[in-house]
Design a protein around this ligand. Sequence first.
Ligand code: ADP
Length: 486
Amino acid sequence: MLISILIIISLSFMLFTKMQKNKKLQNETAELKKSLDNMDEQAKIIVRTDIELNRTQEGLDKKITGLYALQRISHSISMTLIEDQIFKRLSPENLEELGFEKGLILLWDNEKENFILKTAIGYAEEDRDIITSYLNSAKEHFLKLTSKDEAISSVSLPDNFSDTNALHNIFRAKYFILSPILPNQNNRGFIFVATEKDDTLITEGDEELIKILATQISQGLENARLFEKTWSVQQELEKKVAERTQELASALEEAKKMSRRKTDFISSTSHELRTPLTSIKGYAAILLTGKLGKIPTEARERLEKINRHSDELGHIVNDLLDISRIESGKVTMSLEPCDLREIINKTDDLLSDQLKEKKINLEILVKPKEFQVLTDPAQIVRVFINLIGNAMKFTPAGGKISISAQKKDRMVQVDLSDTGCGIPQDALESIFEEFFRVENPINQEVKGTGLGLALVKHIIEAHQGKIWVKSKTGAGSIFSFTLPQG
Ligand code: ADP
């Protein structure tokens, strides 16, 4: 009995222990299952995250490609200043890189009061016409849309934009972005890009990208217009300059013709005058000899006057002939190296009696052999005779005439000053013109033709020199001229 009890007790104990073990096993199995479930969940999360990461990577790749494409288009736009070329920079390849296969650029034409299609990618010819006419039938709407500096897209259409479907229909596109070009300006427009790909997710970044592209196009168009404006102003200016040059050339030609005619006229008239003048002088001289009969005193006086006046007239005619000959190039200067002082001495010899008579002191400040000049000495003696002759005429007794010289820019400048009555300011400009004489009391008394300075100027210019005068009424005059160095 006891043994049976003991067996039962031990069996019960064993059963209990087994049961305990079973329970523990069950618990461990449940624990294991839970861990397995957890692991499964985590594996799923890992896979999901991986997919997510891949998608983000793809998105980033797309953005980088887009940015590169944008940079390339912007660069090529900035390289051109021709409007049509700017639109051509948007190619199907560039658009593809930006993530779109359709693209349009439309600009408002102020004169036609219509939107004009500037470029179209991914649209058939007939679609382009339909889109343009659709658009122009709702131009007010699009003008308003392009006046704001904001991009709109198929995913971010403004709330107040009622006809979303209309846009889809007009442009025949599912996903799109539209960004204004030159907003607020008269010739504004817009760029439109679109895609039909269902997996396309247009983001704010894409909108920003197209907005930058629109800004680049705006900038390019402004530059092109500025260039066009500058170019046309320049063309206009060049045309005007060419016209004026042509006018001036014809005027110059006309002036030369007139001058030639004047020279010819003076030359032939002087010749014509010389023959009768020689006869008049000759007859007067014969009559004065008394060979043709006794001459009464009064007649003799008249004949002497005829003789004197004929001489004066002869001088005028000779001066005129000389001027016209030099002007027409018929008189060539026989240039030779000469000592300036020697030329002045020759003049001094010819005029010394008159200078003494008028009590005028001629001061020669040019030393012998100091200045060598390349001149026709006979002609330069004429220049000095005329200038000193004038200085004597217009300088009162006791006055002084000085001649000095200096080297200047490969020329020798001669200055001839006097202490005479001077020349009024308003006469200085005309002093070298033919027949010009200052209207003053001295000139009414003193004889002259107004040809001396004109002749002097011609002689100096025939030596490639220049002549000018500085003077003030009552303060004397300085006549200066240049001659080439010999
Ligand atoms: P003319 O002496 O025969 O009148 P010119 O051509 O030599 O002609 O001179 C023109 C005018 O210039 C003179 O009439 C005179 O009024 C003025 N003139 C020239 N030289 C002088 C001078 N040294 N001083 C003052 N006036 C002068």
